[in-house]
Design a protein around this ligand. Structure first.
Ligand SMILES: NC(=O)c1ccc[n+]([C@@H]2O[C@H](COP(=O)([O-])OP(=O)(O)OC[C@H]3O[C@@H](n4cnc5c(N)ncnc54)[C@H](OP(=O)(O)O)[C@@H]3O)[C@@H](O)[C@H]2O)c1
Length: 345
């Protein structure tokens, strides 16, 4: 199927230099490249929105990871939503809204693989599939319920609690009957987490009295720690874990500036894990992809009932995508960090 208009070139963001410490906008470049027409089994997507995610820092490192990294000169990886403008496969029609790993670019030539998913427009605006109804929502849901096995009445502590994943995690924990406590990076986010994201209490990780405030916020100890950051705060949390507690290792934001995330050494946790019979488990949300449709419908129903919100922090235009990543890695984003590429809402 052919669209009326075919672009011959489009902008993309490439990695110019491997970051030394935290990535900087200057580590990336915006260039214009030719866009090819899709062959058999391919589609061309006009990208409307990009998702900026914590995992991107790991893709810039040379160390082994669960997915391949980005090389110098390659398009920076990113998930996006957009519209099919040319299709060389019967699986997609021109005009379909799709979600996929399009990269930071205006036009994405994609194989029609299972990684590219057709969106159901009845669930809400397509960009929601990057946040609440997409990776942020899935990660919060899987981390809490599949990995953390959160039960009603338990105390769940979440780090980066006012970010994309953390904001949804607080609300889902509360809906699930647990008491959610958040760790955030500013007093502004403390207010947001407690007023909007279902947290009974929240503490800034920069608070000079962090340890005492954590004890006061968790009078019955911690049953599940949903860890988005790692770093020094982890050492405070081990002391307060309850017997049979679960530590859900979701992310490692505190290691973003380290060349090698394995350098993050604090007190060893064997003693607490043994004495308190803790379970500590990492997870990669895509391992649960067979459950994404069901989780998406659950999250969309909660949104329709007005029980789930996720504010969006929107950067305008593809050239600002690297800056949006830098903002997220500095903790300057409030809610889900997105980049608007096209004109779609
Ligand atoms: N395992 C998986 O499959 C999976 C899937 C998706 C996402 N994730 C992880 O989920 C986490 C949240 O991702 P997101 O995309 O929703 O990002 P996000 O929470 O919106 O943004 C990251 C947040 O991390 C915090 N942060 C930054 N630097 C930090 C530091 N040095 N120490 C402690 N906290 C720091 C900041 O919040 P504060 O300043 O408020 O602390 C920042 O807003 C990330 O770790 C990401 O890698 C994991």
């Amino acid at each position: 199927v052919k669209a009326e208009r075919f672009p011959v070139s489009g902008r993309r963001i490439i990695l110019r230099a491997k970051p030394n410490g935290l990535p900087k906008a200057e580590d990336f470049a915006c260039e214009t490249a030719a866009v090819s027409e899709p062959g058999t089994g391919q589609i061309l997507v006009r990208v409307d929105w990009l998702s900026i995610d914590g995992f991107m820092a790991g893709r810039l490192k040379d160390q082994a990871n669960y997915a391949p990294g980005v090389g110098i000169g390659q398009t920076m990886q990113a998930f996006g939503v957009g519209r099919v403008v040319l299709s060389g496969t019967e699986h997609f029609t021109v005009g379909d809204y799709v979600y996929g790993p399009f990269g930071m670019c205006e036009w994405a030539l994609m194989e029609a693989s299972p990684e590219v998913k057709k969106l159901d427009p009845s669930l809400g605006p397509p960009r929601l599939h990057l946040g609440m109804l997409g990776i942020s929502g899935w990660t919060a849901y899987v981390g809490l319920f599949n990995v953390g096995v959160v039960r009603p009445g338990e105390t769940v502590l979440v780090s980066a609690a006012a970010g994309g994943v953390g904001a949804v995690a607080g609300q889902l924990a509360q809906i699930g009957g647990a008491r959610a406590v958040g760790i955030v990076g500013s007093e502004e986010k403390v207010a947001l987490a407690t007023s909007k994201f279902g947290y009974a209490a929240a503490i800034s990780r920069h608070d000079s009295d962090f340890s005492n405030r954590l004890s006061a916020a968790c009078p019955n100890g911690i049953d599940v720690y949903f860890d988005n950051t790692g770093g020094a705060i982890y050492d405070n949390i081990l002391d307060r874990m309850n017997i049979h507690g679960r530590i859900v290792v979701c992310g490692r934001m505190a290691n973003a500036a380290l060349a090698d995330s394995r350098q993050d050494i604090g007190p060893r946790d064997h003693n607490d894990i043994l004495v308190k019979r803790l379970r500590k488990q990492g997870f990669i949300v895509t391992d649960y992809s067979s459950d994404f449709d069901r989780i998406t419908r659950t999250l969309a129903a909660l949104r329709a009932e007005g029980r789930l919100v996720l504010p969006e922090d929107i950067a305008e235009g593809l050239p600002n995508a690297p800056g949006a990543l830098v903002r997220l890695l500095r903790g300057e984003n409030l809610g889900k960090q997105l980049v608007r590429i096209g004109t779609e809402t």
